[in-house]
Write a protein that binds this ligand. Structure first.
Ligand code: NAD
Length: 489
C-alpha cells in the first residue's frame, strides 16, 4: 500500500519522538506490517519497521531496472548536482536525523551527529568524483583505436548493518549512484531511520524514481530473492563474516560480483619507542567511537614489554573515567550496546577471558537496569587462548597483551583470519616500514586511529572481505571495463 500525499511530503511523519518508517519503491513511500524497533537504552519499542513481501521485492527490482535506464543516461554533472543537493538537505536535517539514530542505535547524540556529517562527506566525495570516471585510450597501430569505457554495472543489491544506520548506507548509495547504477538497499531492520532519512533527502533532491529503492524485512528472505534476481548485477554487503560468506556463495552461483566489507579484529601494536601514555589515551578515545561496535575498532592492544606496564596503567586510569549511559545524556561517553545479542556476547567473552587469567582494569560487570548497557571494559594480561582474542567482541571491550619483540607482535596480529584495520604506534622509520610491509590488513594507521577517509579506499583482506569502498578504487567497483576496438581505415 502506498502512503498518503502528506506522507510523500518532505519531512518524515512521526509518532511520538521517532519517525514512521516506510519503504521506498519506485519513488513511492510504502507501508506494510512489520516488527517493533527497540530503543537500546530502555528496551522499549519506539516504532515499527515494515517488512517487504515478495511482491514488494519484485516491484523494487522492476523499479530499479526502470530507474537505471534513466540514471545511467543522466549526465555525470547532473548526477553530481542531485547528489550534492541531497547532501545539503541531510546537513539541514542533521539534528533530527542524529536524534533518531541515537534513539534506535544508542550512541551519544554527538557521535550520531558526527556519523551523519561523515555520511555527507562520503556522498559528497562520490558525487564530485562522478565527473571523473575516466576510461583509457590505448596506443595502437595506425587506423586502429582501442578505448576502455567504464560503464555502470547496473542494478546493485546492497545490505547494511545496524552499527552505522546512516554512514554505511551512504557509502553504498554514494558509490552506486555516482557510477550511474541504480540501487536496492536493504538497510538494518533494527536501525532503519538513518537510511530512510537519507532516501528521503535523495527523493527531495530530485533523484529519478527507482534509482534508489529502500526495503526492510527478513534479511535471509530478501537476500535470497534479490541476489539471484536477473535484474541485479552487483551485490554489496557490510556485516559479519559468517553472513558475508553465505551471500558471496549465493552471488557466485549466479555469477554476480560482490563487495564484501566484513568483520575485523584490529591489532594495535605499541612499539618499544612509542610513548605509552599517548598511545593509551588515543586508544581509549578511539574505542569510545560507537562504543566499540565498529569493524575497525581497536581491539587487541599488543604492547612491547618495555612499555607494557606504563601502557596498562595509563589505559586503566583513563578507562575508569569513561561514562556509560543513555545516548541522550550529553555526559555519556558511550551509550548502550545496540541489542541484547551484543550484551550477551560481550559478557560471555569477558567472563571467559577472566576465567583464563586476564586482569580486569575497568568495567566487566553490566548495569542491572533495563536496556542493553555494558560498561567500558579493559582487560590486561589476556592470554592468547581467550575466546575474545579470536572472536570479534564488537563492543566496548579492550584486550591488552604483552609482546617480546615487534616480530612477535606482528606474528600475533597476523594470526587471525581477519585482516581489516590495523594500528601501530612508533617513532622509528624501520618499525613503520616493517609494519607497513608485514601486517596483513586492508587499512593501516600509524600513530593515529583514523583508518579511512572519503578519499582513501577502505576494505579488508582474508576473511574481512574484498572489494573497496571509498576512494577511486571504491567507485571503480561499481563499474565494469568495456573495451572497444575500432578499425577506422
Ligand atoms: P548477524 O551476522 O546476524 O548480522 C549481521 C548483519 O547482516 C545484520 O545487519 C543482518 O541484518 C544482516 N544479515 C544477517 N543475515 C543475512 C542474510 N541472510 N542476508 C542479508 N543480510 C543478512 O550478526 P549481528 O548479531 O547483527 O552482528 C554480529 C556480528 O556481525 C558482529 O559481532 C560483527 O562481527 C558483525 N558485524 C559487522 C559489521 C561491520 O561493519 N562489518 C556490522 C555489524 C555487524
Amino acid at each position: 500500500m502506498s502512503a498518503t500525499l502528506e506522507e510523500q511530503a518532505t519531512a518524515a511523519p512521526r509518532t511520538g519522538g521517532y519517525p514512521v518508517i516506510r519503504m521506498l519503491i519506485g519513488g513511492e513511500w510504502i507501508k506494510a506490517p512489520g516488527a517493533p524497533i527497540l530503543d537500546p537504552a530502555t528496551g522499549d519499542a519506539i516504532g515499527t519497521v515494515p517488512h517487504a513481501t515478495p511482491g514488494h521485492l519484485e516491484s523494487a527490482a522492476a523499479a530499479a531496472a526502470r530507474g537505471f535506464a534513466v540514471w545511467r543516461r543522466t549526465a555525470p554533472a547532473e548526477r553530481a548536482r542531485i547528489m550534492l543537493r541531497a547532501v545539503q538537505l541531510v546537513r539541514e536535517r542533521v539534528e533530527t536525523i542524529a536524534m533518531d539514530i541515537t534513539l534506535e542505535q544508542g550512541k551519544p547524540v554527538a557521535q550520531s551527529r558526527a556519523e551523519v556529517l561523515r555520511g555527507c562527506d562520503l556522498i559528497e566525495w562520490d558525487a564530485t568524483e562522478a565527473r571523473r570516471v575516466y576510461g583509457r585510450v590505448i596506443p595502437a597501430e595506425p587506423g586502429m583505436r582501442h578505448t576502455v569505457l567504464r560503464e555502470p554495472v547496473g542494478v546493485v543489491a546492497a545490505f547494511t548493518p545496524w552499527n552505522f544506520p546512516m554512514s554505511s548506507p551512504a557509502r553504498k548509495i554514494g558509490g552506486a549512484l555516482a557510477a550511474g547504477c541504480a540501487i536496492i538497499l536493504k538497510a538494518s531492520e533494527e536501525t532503519p531511520a538513518g537510511a530512510m532519512h537519507l532516501a528521503r533527502a535523495f527523493c527531495d533532491a530530485g533523484l529519478p524514481a527507482g534509482a534508489l529503492n529502500l526495503v526492510f524485512g527478513d534479511p535471509a528472505a530478501i537476500s535470497g530473492f534479490l541476489i539471484p534476481h536477473p535484474v541485479v548485477r552487483l551485490v554489496t554487503f557490510t556485516g559479519s563474516t559468517v553472513v558475508g560468506k553465505q551471500l558471496a556463495g549465493l552471488a557466485g552461483t549466479h555469477m554476480k560480483p560482490v563487495i564484501m566489507e566484513l568483520g575485523g579484529h584490529a591489532p594495535v601494536i605499541v612499539c618499544d619507542d612509542a610513548d605509552p601514555q599517548v598511545a593509551a589515551a588515543a586508544g581509549v578515545q578511539a574505542k569510545l567511537n560507537n562504543g566499540g561496535q565498529v569493524c575497525v575498532a581497536p581491539t587487541r592492544f599488543i604492547v612491547h614489554k618495555a612499555v607494557y606496564e606504563a601502557f596498562v596503567q595509563a589505559y586503566a586510569q583513563i578507562g575508569r573515567t569513561v561514562r556509560q549511559g543513555s545516548g541522550l545524556d550529553p555526559h555519556s561517553d558511550i551509550g548502550p550496546v545496540a541489542n541484547a545479542r551484543r550484551l550477551q556476547s560481550l559478557q560471555r567473552l569477558t567472563d571467559d577471558a577472566v576465567r583464563r587469567g586476564a586482569r580486569v582494569l575497568c568495567g566487566g560487570v553490566p548495569r542491572a537496569d533495563a536496556g542493553f548497557h555494558f560498561p567500558f571494559t579493559a582487560l590486561a594480561d589476556v592470554p592468547t587462548d581467550a575466546l575474545a582474542m579470536r572472536e570479534e567482541p564488537f563492543g566496548p571491550l579492550s584486550l591488552i597483551t604483552r609482546a617480546d619483540s615487534i616480530e612477535d607482535a606482528i606474528a600475533l596480529a597476523n594470526s587471525l583470519p581477519y585482516g581489516l584495520a590495523g594500528y601501530a604506534f612508533t617513532e622509528s622509520a624501520r618499525n613503520a616500514r616493517l609494519l607497513s610491509d608485514e601486517l596483513e590488513v586492508g587499512n593501516l594507521a600509524i600513530n593515529h586511529f583514523v583508518s579511512a577517509v572519503s578519499e582513501t579506499p577502505f576494505g579488508g583482506v582474508k576473511d574481512s572481505g574484498y572489494g573497496r569502498e571509498g576512494g577511486t578504487e571504491g567507485l571503480e567497483c561499481y563499474t565494469h571495463a568495456k573495451s572497444v576496438s575500432h578499425l577506422t581505415s
